[in-house]
Design a protein around this ligand. Structure first.
Ligand code: SF4
Ligand code: SF4
Length: 370
């Protein structure tokens, strides 16, 4: 197993332990179709345009250009008409076997998740913690939905014909441990395991190695994935999700339950208080995410966090300290790659080299090989 480290978090970035709801935005945005449609076209909530769900009902107000999954994309701007209450609800689904669950996921454009269930597994682990500093989505889903998560995990265990499934929680996460312990006794085939609070712990090979399981025989899923399966079975649409908006450039960090397709601008105007400072915005994590140049980005099913980070000091000369080489979990010779302008396919994009570099050099961007 790799040597893992605990990341230091900036105490200024306090993440609250409640969820802010944003389920009635004024606008949502979805990528356009390949053909023209009339102005004022009516869109219905929880219908799909290609594989993108429309999360509100409303009218087409125009076409815009936004950062959608971090790419500049033409999008429809849909104005909310707040008439969701007239719409049909889905029915609960009875799942008899794994194929039915896979089909349900595929019908809802979750093929990646469906594919993860293909294969033969001897063990199943759900990891209920966030890797990135300043992210608390996984924690919050477990905390709020622990009963549903355990029920779904037990169902998945039986669909996979496994004797036991594990629910893995950080050993520092006392609140979730208490909740899970209060009901796990009713599930004789589920086992709670506590993992050290170390960065990259939830990677398949690290979890498996820590629990003495064979990585090739072990299915490792996240709380969010179990939650999505449970929601679909219960007849709920996946038109909203938890995201964490945090960082030392904000006066207060938030976990927001937001409709998909909302723009960060609208979230900012509604909820965020930005400190008077220069800042960068990181999409999907400070360590593993990408710096984005615009606040005009859209929340999609792949968004997990937005970090408003005070502008770091400028890059300085490398002092040859070797810290980047020592910390790299892939044992890449980061310094040599940096100096000789080389990229490495083995790079995990974990961001640890950037995190440790005293000269603030953006090593990750220079080394990862897309
Ligand atoms: S980002 Fe890549 S090069 Fe940097 S520490 Fe992680 S694996 Fe190593
Ligand atoms: S951590 Fe930064 S300063 Fe130290 S050797 Fe690596 S690149 Fe140079």
């Amino acid at each position: 197993m790799r040597t893992l480290i605990k990341l230091e978090e900036n105490p200024e970035v306090l993440i609250v332990s409640n969820v802010t709801s944003f389920l009635n935005p004024t606008f949502v945005y979805v990528p356009t179709l390949d053909y023209a449609i009339k102005e004022d076209t009516k869109f219905f909530k929880d219908t799909y345009l290609k594989d993108n769900i429309i999360s509100i009902s409303g009218y087409l107000e125009g076409i815009d250009e936004k950062l959608y999954n971090n790419k500049l994309t033409k999008v429809y701007k849909i104005h909310n008409d707040y008439k969701e209450h007239n719409l049909k609800r889905l029915r609960k689904v009875k799942i008899k076997d794994l194929l039915e669950l896979q089909k349900l996921l595929e019908d809802n454009f979750l093929s990646n998740l469906s594919n993860k269930l293909k294969g033969s597994f001897k063990d199943l682990v759900v990891t209920c913690f966030d890797e990135e500093i300043y992210e608390m989505n996984e924690f919050m889903i477990l905390y709020n939905n622990y009963k549903e998560i355990l029920k779904m995990l037990d169902l998945l265990r039986s669909l996979l014909n496994l004797e036991v499934a594990y629910i893995a929680i950080k050993n520092t996460n006392a609140k979730s441990i208490k909740k899970v312990r209060s009901i796990i006794g009713t599930y004789p085939n589920l086992k709670l395991v506590l993992l050290p609070d170390k960065y990259l712990m939830s990677m398949d090979e690290n979890v498996s190695s820590y629990l003495n399981l064979k990585v090739d025989d072990t299915l490792v899923l996240k709380t969010t994935e179990i939650d999505m399966m449970e929601s679909l079975i219960e007849g709920k649409f996946l038109d909203h999700k938890y995201i964490t908006v945090s960082g030392d450039a904000l006066k207060k960090s938030l976990i927001i339950d937001t409709k998909l397709g909302v723009s960060l601008k609208e979230i900012e105007e509604e909820f965020l208080k930005i400190k008077p400072c220069e800042y960068n915005i990181y999409y999907n994590g400070y360590l593993q995410g990408e710096k984005v140049n615009s606040e005009d980005l859209i929340i999609t099913k792949d968004t997990s966090s937005i970090v408003f980070k005070r502008k770091e000091d400028v890059e300085e000369e490398c002092i040859n300290c070797g810290a980047c080489n020592k910390i790299c979990p892939q044992n890449i010779n980061v310094l040599k790659c940096f100096k000789d302008n080389l990229r490495s396919k083995r790079c995990l994009n974990c961001g640890l080299c950037n995190y440790i570099c005293p000269a603030n050099i953006n090593l990750k961007e220079r080394i990862k090989d897309d």
